[in-house]
Design a protein around this ligand. Sequence first.
Ligand SMILES: Nc1ncnc2c1ncn2[C@@H]1O[C@H](COP(=O)(O)OP(=O)(O)OP(=O)(O)O)[C@@H](O)[C@H]1O
Ligand SMILES: [Mg+2]
Length: 277
Amino acid sequence: MTEPVLAVDNLRIAFPSAAGPVEVVKSISFTVGREIVALVGESGSGKSMTGRAIMGLLPSYAKVEAKTLSFDGRDLTGLTAGAWNGLRGSGMALILQDPKFSLNPAHRVGRQVEEALLLHTRLSAKERRDRALDMLEKVGLPDPARVYASYPAALSGGMGQRVMIAAMLVNRPKLIIADEPTSALDRDLQDQILTLLRSLTEEFGMSLLLISHDLQQVARYADRVLVMRHGQIVDRLAAAELSDAQSSYTRGLWSARPSAATYGTRLPTLDATGVTP
Ligand SMILES: Nc1ncnc2c1ncn2[C@@H]1O[C@H](COP(=O)(O)OP(=O)(O)OP(=O)(O)O)[C@@H](O)[C@H]1O
Ligand SMILES: [Mg+2]
């Protein structure tokens, strides 16, 4: 494996409550090199909180502790708000589920794709536009110039997610955290978007932490898989080893693939022995 781009050692996240702090992430450790690592687990297991802690995006009342939290050799614990802002959009970027909420309906696509370049580089307006158009083409959008000039309302869900990916990758971050990047899309589009993310990750030599509750799906795109449950990492294995996973919990998740019929509903509850009826 290559030198880790992201190193997480003993990360704990707690939220205050009337009954005292509630630990939602309990001392997890992992690294991500130039590869795709899937972070999977049932709803509420702590995946998104982990992703947000790495991006410095947890609310200030969350208590985040780590022995090591480092990105590209740089210690992330105790960064100032300004330093986090500098890092997001240049070194690391977060892709979220639904472009409807991530894209600003009042601004044209081009401006939003260029934003990271405007904030984090000294490129000229023409250079920014060229980079944005190039990126819109790379994410597979036909007629990038037309998309560049459109408003988000003119885009389909799949196009919107491609625009989001273009906006996140335009400044060539080293690390992408994609939190359920395709859950809002239908199955065919999900595969297209994950295929795109995988090929851009390889082309740009990036690291991708792919957060999902759909183990079967992400397994086809990831190199390694971390299984989370109740705030802990309970299994870690190469994606290729999944079909004969030893852990009964992982095997349960593996067979609990949401189908079109259950899409949008809760997954079966899992216990240590697998799927409960
Ligand atoms: N602001 C908050 N205050 C208190 N608890 C919170 C807060 N935000 C999230 N939690 C709790 O933290 C736990 C982990 O949540 P998280 O969003 O990381 O789960 P997840 O694995 O991403 O689930 P999903 O698959 O549903 O997205 C959950 O039990 C959730 O209720
Ligand atoms: Mg989540």
